[in-house]
Structures are given as C-alpha cells and as structure tokens.
Design a protein around this ligand. Structure first.
Ligand code: URP
Ligand code: ZN
Ligand code: ZN
Ligand code: ZN
Length: 491
C-alpha cells in the first residue's frame, strides 16, 4: 500500500477526540488513522510533518451567498463561485453551502437549481452544495421538494423579512409541511419585516439616514418576535428548523427554551455577532456601511458574551460565516449604492445587507480562544455536516468514510500575532469588517480530498479551479420530527 499523502506527528482534533495520530490518505479518502508512528513502514508520495500542529477536519461553512441577484439591496455582489470558493480554502474551509435563489416571479424551483449548478460547476476551489432559497412557495414549487431531495438538496431557506423574499405565516406553514414530508430542514431568517419597515419610517421622519441607523431600524425585538413565531410554527407541525444568523440574547433564550422542551429547533450564529458591535457601524462618514448586515450588529459586550454562552452550552448548533459581500466602492452607483443626490450622506435603507467572512470565520474564532479545540471543530465542521446531511463524509476524520479534507494549524503560541488587511484575503471584496484586527492564527495547509489546495507559507492557493465538486446531500442526521407519523389534523 502506498499512500498519496501522509500527515504525521500532528495533534489530530475532531469533535470527539484529541490525540497524537498519523493520517494516511489514499484516493481522496482518509485511509488510515493510527497512533503516532503507525505509518512508518508505509510509502507515501508526499509527507507533511505536522509536529507541534493541529490537524482538523476541513471547515464546513453552511451559509455562503455567491452570485445572487439583488435581493438584499441593490449593490454589486463581490464574489462569484470562483473567488468565493478560493477565499474559503485560504481560510481552512473545504466545503461551502451556498444558495440557489428563487425570485418571487419564478414559479418552479428545479430550473433555478440547474442555473445555480451552471454558475458553480467547473469554477470551484472547494467542494460545494446548495440550499434552495424559497421566496414563492407556489403549488409547483412545493410539489418539487421530492425532486430536490432526489437531487441531493436536503435544506431550504425562507425569509420573514425583505420585500423581495418575505413569506407570510400561511406560506411558512406550507413550506414547513412540505419540507417535513421530504425530510428537509428549513432554515429561517427570523426578523419581523413589518417592525423593520415601521422603524425605518420613524427614522426617515426624523431625517436620520446614516449607516448606523440600519441597526436602529432592525431592533432586537424584531428578531426576538420572529424567532419565537418560527419556533411556534415549527413546533405546531413538529418539523425541524434552523434559525440562521442569530444575534440577540432574547432570541437565543427562546431557542434554548425550545430545545429544553425537546423541539427539533437548531440555531446558527456567525463571528460578526461575537467579534463586532453597533459601535463598528458608527465609524466616521460612510465607513459604517461596511458593517451593515441583518440582523445587525448588536449593542455591546453583553450581546457578544451571550453569543459565546450559546456556543458553549450547545444552544447554537453551528457557526457559519453568512458571507455576503458587496463592493463598498460600487462602480455602478457609488459607495455601496446608497449615496445619491437626494441622500448625500447615504441612506441606511439602500445599503445592501451583508458582510464578507468565509475566509476569516475559522481564524477569528480560533484567535478568540473561547472554545475548546473539540468544540471549535464541532461548531465549524462536524455539526454543519451532520445538520445538512454530509456526515461523516465531511466534518470528520473517519477511516474509510471521510473525505481527506483537513486544515492544519500551528498553535497561536508559536506564531507572531498580525494585523489583518483586506489585501491578505482571497475574496473579491474591497473591504473586510475586520480590517486592522489582530489575529493570532491562520491555516498553514488546507487539504481537499487529498490534495493540498492552500499552502500558507508556500505559494498560497495551490488548488485548481474546478477541482471542487458538487456534494449530493442526505437528510440531516440530527434528530428530526419527534413523531414519524405524517402530520394531519386529528379530531
Ligand atoms: O445581511 C445579511 N445577512 N445578508 C445576507 C442575507 C441573509 O439574510 O442572510
Ligand atoms: Zn458525533
Ligand atoms: Zn438571512
Ligand atoms: Zn445569509
């Protein structure tokens, strides 16, 4: 037996264990996981000595927006499948799940899936899959859920806000019921759109337009109410949901209570909600536009701490980036498309919502040193793989079962801290909300299906565009409906 690659002397970290192990890779798979020294008698085409380093499953980022039509404001999306997936591998992420977005005027979902395949195929540096974004749950769309599952799509996202996307409660129930029947997990963007619109009018009446008012216009109560409403609707039909990008302590508490009651309610948070606050929106001039996302950055340190608490106690199932980059210097319409003759300092409601972050997700979280190494792997790789039907092929290091997707790091103590600059990143966005932040760590190598695709101290990106493959997914392996019975009205 000759391995394609062996990684020796590293500290192997999975969500289940930490130990000094050697890894033998053959035909894109983890072929052997042995105690240290256990591969000495075998030949290998390439050996990486990871002495003193951590070897972890490659990151799985289950929330990435690439090449979508203007749905969250009118800005130009910065990243396509090529630049977004390139940025992913440079930050230690080997699998991304992006969105195949249905627009309200579209009836059928299957052509949208095909069109999204066309955007991604032959362009990706990382492996990838799609969530269907459902904004028009027509009879046709609902009838296609079975076909989506057959094509390896086991999750959808729906919105409770944004005019272009928002569903009413009846439509939400339609989606949840059809999803339940097919073993599909529904991701919910939980913010109350009417509250946001009302607050926007209140601010406009007071002529408050600066970027920081984006946060004022999206108060925590809009998230809290919508989160609890989504939990109620999911509980009513006994069907699993994942609340995406949770930012507020009160919403987190509703999720925690639902989980205590045994409901299949899952939750996601993102680094921006522990690393940034509303103060970052209050930067001089229009700079705050770089930090406009929804839900918005919250008030202060207590909100950041509530995110860490939710990560530590398991309320959050996964930590994703919500990478959704827009150009600050938008060639078409000026700074983030919001500055105009009418609004010389911009208007918060026209700033497209979303931050870049697929590349910084893992380094920022590791730098914070708030999670154990195992918990870090659980939140950023194992759990997203389980929730979205990729486990143990992804998010794990299981002999014979896992793809050889790995990220190798050296402990922070062995590296000089450095200040992040946007030019260090591999995305196509012209800014990062983390500009100037001190980072203590960066991936040394990223390995995708046995190939070194990122070599930080060598040539950087060494993977090939198009090596990334589409992943057909199974249904979630986390608990689903509490009853197997079909949902029906019972007298
Ligand atoms: O502001 C955000 N999060 N933009 C991305 C779209 C979304 O709702 O996830
Ligand atoms: Zn497990
Ligand atoms: Zn969202
Ligand atoms: Zn998003």
């Amino acid at each position: 037996l000759e391995f394609d690659l062996v990684i020796v002397n590293g500290l192997v970290v999975t969500h289940e264990e930490v130990g000094e192990k050697d890894i033998g890779i053959k035909d894109e798979k983890i072929a052997k996981l042995t105690s240290k020294g256990g591969l000495a008698e075998f030949k290998a085409k390439r050996t990486i000595d990871a002495r003193g380093g951590y070897v972890m499953p490659g990151g799985v980022d289950a929330h990435v927006h690439l090449q979508e039509p203007p749905l969250f404001g009118k800005g130009s999306t910065a990243d396509n499948y090529e630049t977004g997936s390139r940025s992913a591998i440079a930050g230690g992420t080997t699998t991304i799940i992006t969105f195949a977005p249905q627009q309200k005027h579209e009836d059928s979902l299957l052509p949208i899936l095909t069109a999204t395949h066309d955007k991604a195929s032959a362009n990706c540096y990382s492996d990838y899959s799609f969530h269907l974004l459902v904004s028009n749950p027509s009879a046709t769309a609902l009838s296609e859920f079975a076909a989506l599952r057959a094509q390896g799509i086991s999750s959808l996202k729906i919105y409770m806000t944004y005019a272009a996307l928002q569903l009413d409660d009846g439509q939400i129930l339609d989606v949840l019921l059809a999803a339940r029947a097919q073993g599909i997990t529904t991701m919910v963007h939980a913010e109350n759109g009417a509250v946001i619109d009302w607050m926007t009018r209140q601010l406009e009446a007071r002529r408050k337009f600066a970027p920081k008012y984006h946060a004022t216009s999206h108060p925590a109560v809009a998230e809290t109410e919508a989160t609890y409403r989504a939990i109620c609707l999911s509980g009513f039909l006994d069907t699993p949901i994942l609340i995406v990008h949770v930012s507020s302590p009160a919403a987190t508490e509703h999720i925690r209570q639902a989980q205590r009651r045994g409901l299949p309610v899952y939750a996601e948070t993102c680094p921006q909600y522990f690393a940034l606050t509303k103060k970052d929106l209050d930067a001089p001039g229009f700079e705050g536009a770089k930090c406009v996302c929804s839900p918005p950055l919250r008030e202060g340190r207590l909100d950041n701490e509530s995110i860490w608490d939710g990560l530590a106690d398991g309320t959050f199932t996964i930590l994703s980036s919500d990478h959704c980059p827009f150009l600050y210097e938008d060639a078409e319409k000026g700074k983030k498309t919001s500055i105009s003759e009418e609004f010389p300092v911009g208007h918060f409601k026209y700033i497209p919502n979303g931050l870049p972050g697929v590349e910084t997700r893992l380094p920022l979280t590791l730098t914070a040193e708030r999670l154990s190494l195992q918990k870090f792997v659980e939140m950023t790789a194992a759990n997203p793989a389980k929730l979205y039907g990729l486990y143990p092929r992804k998010g794990a290091i299981v002999e014979g079962a896992s793809d050889a997707d790995l990220v190798i790091w050296y402990p922070a103590s062995e590296k000089e801290p450095f200040r992040l600059k946007n030019e260090m990143l591999h995305h196509n966005c012209d800014h990062t909300p983390y500009e100037g932040k001190t980072l203590k760590n960066w991936p040394r190598y990223t390995v995708l299906r046995g190939e070194v695709v990122y070599d930080h101290d060598g040539a950087g990106i060494v993977g090939k565009k198009g090596y990334g493959q589409f992943l057909k997914r199974e249904k979630s392996s986390l608990p689903g409906p509490r009853s197997d019975a079909e949902w029906d009205i019972r007298e």
